[in-house]
Each structure stands twice: as structure tokens, then as C-alpha cells.
Design a protein around this ligand. Structure first.
Ligand SMILES: Nc1ncnc2c1ncn2[C@@H]1O[C@H](COP(=O)(O)OP(=O)(O)OP(=O)(O)O)[C@@H](O)[C@H]1O
Length: 295
């Protein structure tokens, strides 16, 4: 399966290093989420991957070979600045964009019709783009990126401005494309969506990659925390051997055992004392990890 490899990509604007030695891979067949706060460098990185902005260092490779214009033409790209012609009709515009990407008019029409249907826009095909709501214009832009059955997808904030049902259609579409084996990279601020949707994450902060991995890898990378809930007061756990206590609140304690033996001993001690309501591994939410790595 083809993949996109970004190695040491760097770009400055004056004194500002907007993208600083950024390396990551977008493997085929998986959805890779590109996450980071405002100004982290996501758009700048995506623009360099697409060859729309010159880099000041590093390289972009496709399947081990330097990325070429011909390959880039086969990538479905959705820019942050939405580039539709407001006066043109939705169908005409999409067919035109499809033809620009090398589709025949007939293929473009068929693909556009199918995609508009899926986004619930079939009845708007004859309207001028400017007459559509911003969310619907966004959907049209997404169709433009997807309609050519691209070899890869690079989407800058594809979910922004979409209502929940459009988000679901979009998620299904992205999954379908990834299951064809193509690399899919999308940026998003919406961590709940990213957590639900992506197979892999690349987290950017201040122009640098601060974390990469699957959601479960990232969630499991921190200390092993357990939540112990008892029938009575949990204050005694503070004196347990090999247990670092993060928090005690009435009958509940959040603890970090030093090893398996300490964890087992804690549970035995709790059972000896009486009622154990619950004892379970506590995984941090993606939002907590995100706050930590981007702080
Ligand atoms: N053409 C430019 N000229 C000067 N500075 C720029 C330019 N493009 C981006 N920057 C700066 O580079 C930094 C990274 O911007 P970029 O748009 O890549 O971030 P982002 O992660 O996409 O942010 P957002 O989520 O807000 O879109 C920001 O500080 C931005 O102001």
C-alpha cells in the first residue's frame, strides 16, 4: 500500500518557525488525524505536502520516492481556504473540477451525482454555490476532493461547519476511501471526532510533532492508573506499600501501583477490609493527553 512520508519538513515565515523539523508517515488504508491548536503548523505542513508552499528543508516522499506533481494531481486535497466560484452552479462547478483532474465529463457527472446524493444535496445541484449555506458549501468542497477516486486524501479541517448528520456521511466516506488502501490525512480541532474516527494521530504543537500513535497507544502511554471504589472510606490506601496515591475522594481512590504485586496486594487488602465496589484501569481521555503533550 502506498504511503506518504514526511521527513524533517521545515518552514519559516520571517523569524517564526511555523513548521520545525516535522516527520511523520501517513500509511495507506488508515485514517491519520492531524491535531494541534491554532497556529500549530498543520495547514502549512499540508500545503508543503501538496507542493503549494515551498519548504525550507526536509522532504515529502510517496512510496519511498520523491513526491512529484503527477502524484500530487492524484491526491484529493481540501484546502483550508475554500476555493469555489460563488456564481457557478454546484453541478457545473464540480463537473468542471472533475474534468480539470482528468475525468471525462460523463464520469464526473456520475460521480458528482452519487456524492451529492450521499450528502443530501442532490436537489441543490442546479443552484449557484453562493446560495448554499456555509455548511453545504463545505459539503460541495468535500465532494470536489473525493469525486475523482483519488490515490490519497489530504483534508484541512473537513469537519468544520458540518452538522452531525453530515459529519456521519463524511466519516463513512473517509472510511470507504481508506479501505481502498489509500493514505488519508485530515486535520481537526474536534478531539471527540478524532478519537472516534482516526486510526492514528499526529499531534503538532508550536511547529513540532509532540506525539504520534494510535489513540489507544497514546491513551496507554501514560502512568498505569487504577480507580478503586470501596463501600467505605478509602483514606487508608495512602499507607499501602508500593502505591502512589494521585487522589482520594471519600470512598474512591485514584492510585498508581509500583508493580503488579503492589496492585494485587492493594486489592487483597481492600477485600480484607470489606466491600470492593470497583477496581479498574483508568485510561485518560484523549483531551487530557492532548493538553499534556501540547502544554
Ligand atoms: N503566509 C504566511 N505568512 C506569515 N505567517 C504565516 C503564513 N502562513 C502561516 N503563518 C503562520 O505560521 C503559523 C502556523 O500556521 P498554520 O496555518 O500552519 O497553523 P494551523 O495549525 O493550521 O492553525 P489553525 O488550526 O489555526 O488553522 C502561524 O503562526 C501562522 O500565523
Amino acid at each position: 500500500m502506498a504511503q506518504i512520508e514526511v521527513t524533517g519538513l521545515t518552514r519559516s515565515f520571517g523569524e517564526l518557525k511555523a513548521v520545525d523539523d516535522v516527520s511523520f508517515t501517513v500509511p495507506g488504508g488508515l485514517l491519520t488525524g492531524f491535531v494541534g491548536g491554532n497556529g500549530a503548523g498543520k495547514t502549512t505542513t499540508m500545503r508543503m505536502v501538496m507542493g503549494l508552499l515551498a519548504s525550507h528543508g526536509g522532504e515529502v516522499r510517496w512510496d519511498g520516492q520523491p513526491m512529484t506533481t503527477a502524484i500530487r494531481r492524484r491526491i484529493g486535497y481540501m484546502p483550508e481556504e475554500r476555493g469555489l466560484y460563488p456564481k457557478q452552479k454546484v453541478l457545473d462547478q464540480l463537473v468542471y473540477l472533475g474534468e480539470l483532474s482528468g475525468m471525462t465529463a460523463a464520469d464526473a457527472r456520475a460521480s458528482v451525482a452519487e456524492h451529492l446524493e450521499r450528502f443530501g444535496l442532490a436537489d441543490r445541484a442546479g443552484e449557484r454555490v453562493e446560495k448554499l449555506s456555509l455548511g453545504n458549501q463545505q459539503r460541495v468542497q468535500i465532494v470536489a476532493a473525493l469525486m475523482t477516486t483519488p490515490d490519497a486524501l489530504i483534508l484541512d479541517e473537513p469537519f468544520s461547519g458540518l452538522d452531525p448528520s453530515a459529519v456521519d456521511s463524511m466519516v463513512d466516506l473517509l472510511r470507504e476511501h481508506a479501505s481502498r488502501g489509500i493514505p488519508v490525512l485530515f486535520s481537526s480541532h474536534q478531539l471527540d471526532l478524532v478519537e472516534r474516527l482516526c486510526d492514528r494521530l499526529v499531534v503538532l504543537a508550536h511547529g513540532r510533532v509532540v506525539a504520534t500513535g494510535s489513540v489507544s497507544e497514546l491513551r496507554g502511554a501514560g502512568p498505569e492508573l487504577y480507580r478503586l471504589t470501596l463501600g467505605g472510606d478509602a483514606g487508608w490506601v495512602r499507607d499501602a506499600d508500593g502505591i502512589h496515591v494521585h487522589d482520594v475522594d471519600g470512598s474512591t481512590a485514584l492510585v498508581e501501583p509500583s508493580d503488579d504485586a503492589a496492585r494485587q496486594a492493594l486489592l487483597r487488602a481492600a477485600l480484607d477490609r470489606g466491600d470492593v465496589v470497583d477496581f479498574a484501569r483508568q485510561m485518560p481521555a484523549l483531551s487530557e493527553i492532548y493538553r499534556e503533550v501540547t502544554a
